[in-house]
Design a protein around this ligand. Sequence first.
Ligand code: HEC
Length: 145
Amino acid sequence: MKAILPLIIFLLLINLNQLVLATERDQALFNQGKTVYEKVCITCHNYLPPPKNAPPMVGVSGHYHQTFTDREQAVSHIANFIQQPTKAKSKLPPMAINTWGLMPPLALPLAAEEVQAVSYWVWEIYNIECTPSTKLFFCQHFQQK
Ligand code: HEC
């Protein structure tokens, strides 16, 4: 029993480490996503309210956090939507499409890597802006589930 204890502790630590890695932000991917946003999406999406001619991105992210709990599923849904938006795929409240119309297809297709990065960025900005310590007033709207 005594001999096995260090082994158990070792295995527990490995597990913990993997957990941290799984939830850690991939900063390089995030930064790449931000660049794509600033190049392409910002034409329509402000980062925060007031909206331009599309819902603000932190709001979009908030609605995705209300719908999805799993980052991978959310990111893959966003990636799919932005490459071919349809009303059926929308996860925003119906007022979004009623107000601004369905998001048009992107004028220039993005590289697969850029799609992945910007989708990841959209998901992660909520985690940055809406943590308890940096809570924006705007975030409270999404936290009243
Ligand atoms: C020409 C304007 C325009 C551009 C450029 C644009 N969007 Fe949008 N987007 C919209 C509008 C309008 C909506 C709201 C209606 C809707 O949801 O389709 C929207 C909605 C969205 C949604 C929510 C989809 C849903 O309904 O579930 C996501 C995610 C999104 N945009 C991401 C992006 C990203 C990422 C980019 C840049 C790569 C981008 N958009 C560029 C106009 C635009």
